[in-house]
Ligand binder design. Structure first.
Ligand code: NDP
Length: 593
């Protein structure tokens, strides 16, 4: 291992690199794919079929057909068989429906990332499964739990309104529907609205372009399984962005493109991946209930806890065990001691990763530009065994902009560092909206009792009980990590637990014949206070290099920080708490009427 540099010197370097990248416009540097850019959102996977508008009624409707919708609906299916998923894509899969770029794969081991493996009898083929397998697994869940029968696809919700007289939600869509539902849950995904970089002249470009979440295989050739993109053999291709998505698709582009230009503003940190096929003999030895055990094992280790064995041996568990072991080494478990342990272990890790770049990348200047100068958790940590290697190919050029980003785009290509690069194709690997208003990201407004909108209810930040129930919004459930476990390293684990809670609450309401179930204002306020007092929040470190993890480097207001609050004692404590809350049968804080 290379020597860890003096931590003060590192700190200075991190600060300099960060300051280069802070922009006064923060989140506003990005543009929405609307108006003249709306074609970037077109569904390239499914032809929309016409159908008559729906005005019928279901017991339980779920908005969003990704893992959240699939997992929750499969659980709710145990208390009512009248469940409908409404999805804007042409099939189930959510992020895996849209993101079919070559090389897409999960970043947390498949055995905990892919939900309902035991229920559906699926063995992931690899430790880190590729996109097509995960998309197919989504379909498998849909088939297994009979969710296709009632699902409506290619349907975007435009408004959700509570009819207080009828005690029903009215779901309006872009297909002219006005469906009604007794209960509604929303799981629209934290990363579901693509964003484009607001680069001067972006609208002028006359060549071909697309966002990574709408990969155009008609243009490139190839397929999501990674077949060579033969149409690119004589093309000059530019990709803007070097986040987790770009890291996965660049090795494929490097193999196919005549010339590939990678426009980099900030390098990602790239640790080893070590993917491997699953041994079916080993898989057959797993006992019933193994997946829940693996989920708990992963989450315990990932959040600093102790278990005898690391079952997943994942990059994420390694990362947190290093911090924990450093605290043991330092013998200091005070809050300050834990911060120091985090800093010490991170300095070691990042030094190791920068050394890895030097070992892998032949050209010293390119290697230097690919080194990440920030703490590993400032941005999504990446793991890949072919990304850095791609820069050794003669057809691949890294255009590092030293934190400034692409200058402008014109009819024929991209300007960076004062130089023009003529391109046939521009691929935007520019990510998804995270820091913008909820209704904008979600794509529709929710209006509860007395005409009060969710945007109004959350105008000072998210407020809820357990991240699920909102006062004034009866029979409505939110599904995500926020204000609950807030487990970011394995988002589906949050859904598994939310599914159990929502199914139990809906089951109780149906059993009791209650028209409405709603959190009291007091219980909602008390929950938010409990989380605020605990102060456990995700990201928002102003010392970090800017990105969506920290509101683009701008200190978030107390209100904005509410969105990212988690249970004070961490995810495992939340799961234990909510399990207990459910099983007492008292449903404290909820009013069944
Ligand atoms: P990101 O938001 O992580 O990356 C966007 C990229 O665009 C950044 O590199 C950003 O640079 C760059 N960029 C923006 N504007 C400009 C500009 N003007 N000039 C040059 N570069 C620019 O998006 P991703 O789609 O990569 O990832 C989003 C998230 O999706 C991940 O963080 C992860 O949570 C998830 N994901 C998960 C995967 C998995 O689990 N398998 C795989 C892929 C994604 P800068 O860094 O300087 O802002």
């Amino acid at each position: 291992m290379s020597a860890t540099p003096n931590s003060e010197a590192l700190r200075d370097r991190y600060r300099i690199e960060r300051d280069k990248r802070i922009r006064p416009d923060g989140n506003d540097q990005y543009i929405q794919p609307i108006g003249r850019f709306s074609h970037y959102l077109d569904d390239v996977w499914t032809e929309v079929e016409s159908r008559p508008p729906l005005t019928d009624e279901v017991t339980f409707a779920f908005i969003g057909g990704g893992f959240a919708g699939l997992v929750v609906s499969s659980s709710v299916g145990e208390v009512t068989d009248d469940v409908r998923i409404i999805e804007k894509g042409g099939d189930f899969g959510g992020t895996w429906y849209w993101n079919r770029y070559p090389g897409a794969m999960c970043d947390t081991t498949s055995f905990v990332y892919m939900p309902l493996l035991e229920e559906t009898g699926h063995m992931p083929s690899e430790k880190y499964a590729h996109g097509p397998e995960i998309l197919e697994h989504s379909r498998r869940i849909g088939r297994h739990f009979g969710l296709y029968d009632s699902a409506v696809f290619s349907t975007e919700v435009t408004a959700l309104d509570w009819d207080d007289e009828a005690k029903r939600w009215v779901i309006t869509t872009n297909r002219g529907d006005a469906m009604r539902a007794r209960f509604v849950a929303i799981g629209a995904g934290p990363l579901h609205r693509p964003k484009l970089p607001g680069i001067e002249g972006i609208e002028l470009y006359a060549g071909h372009s697309f966002h990574t979440s709408r990969w155009d295989y008609h243009y490139t050739g190839g397929d999501p399984a990674g077949a060579p993109m033969t149409n690119l053999a004589d093309k000059r291709v530019g990709i803007i962005g070097t986040g987790a998505t770009a890291v996965q698709c660049i090795p494929h582009l490097a193999r196919s493109c005549g010339e590939l230009y990678v426009f980099q503003r900030t390098p990602s940190s790239i640790d080893v991946r070590n993917n491997a096929p699953t041994d079916p003999d080993w898989f057959a030895t797993l006992d019933e209930g193994w997946q829940q055990e693996w989920l708990e094992n992963f989450t315990t280790l990932q959040t600093g806890g102790f278990v005898d064995e690391d079952l997943t041996m994942d990059g994420w568990t390694d990362l947190s065990q290093r911090i924990r072991d450093k605290a043991i080494e330092n013998g200091d478990f005070t809050p300050e001691g834990l911060v120091r342990a985090y800093h010490d272990s991170d300095d070691e890790k990042m030094t190791e990763l920068r050394a890895r770049v030097e070992q892998v990348v032949d050209d010293p200047a390119t290697a230097e530009a690919l080194k990440a100068w920030y703490r590993q958790l400032c941005k999504r940590p990446c793991f890949h065994d072919e990304y850095l290697q791609a820069f050794n190919q003669p057809n691949v050029t890294l255009v590092d902009t030293d934190g400034r980003g692409v200058e402008r785009i014109d009819e024929t290509g991209v300007w960076a560092n004062g130089e023009h690069h003529q391109l046939d194709l521009i691929i935007y690997a520019s990510g998804f909206e995270v820091g913008t208003d909820y209704a904008r990201r979600c794509g529709f407004e929710t209006t509860g009792r007395d005409g009060r909108t969710l945007s109004e209810h959350w105008d000072r930040g998210m407020v809820s009980l357990h991240g699920i129930h909102m006062h004034g919004f009866p029979n409505l459930f939110m599904v995500g990590p926020n204000q609950g476990a807030n487990l970011i390293s394995n988002v589906p684990h949050n859904f598994v637990e939310r599914a159990r809670t929502i199914a139990t609450v809906v089951g109780r309401a149906l059993e009791a014949g209650a028209d409405e179930v709603e959190v009291t204002a007091e219980a909602e306020a008390a929950w938010v206070k409990r989380l605020e007092d605990g102060g456990r929040t995700f990201g928002n470190d102003p010392d970090c290099t800017p990105g969506y993890y920290n509101n683009e480097g701008h200190l978030a207001s107390a209100e904005d920080r509410r969105n990212f609050l988690g249970f004070p004692d961490g995810p495992m404590a939340y799961f234990a708490y909510i399990d207990q809350w459910r099983s007492t049968g008292r449903f404290e804080g909820l009013d069944f009427r």
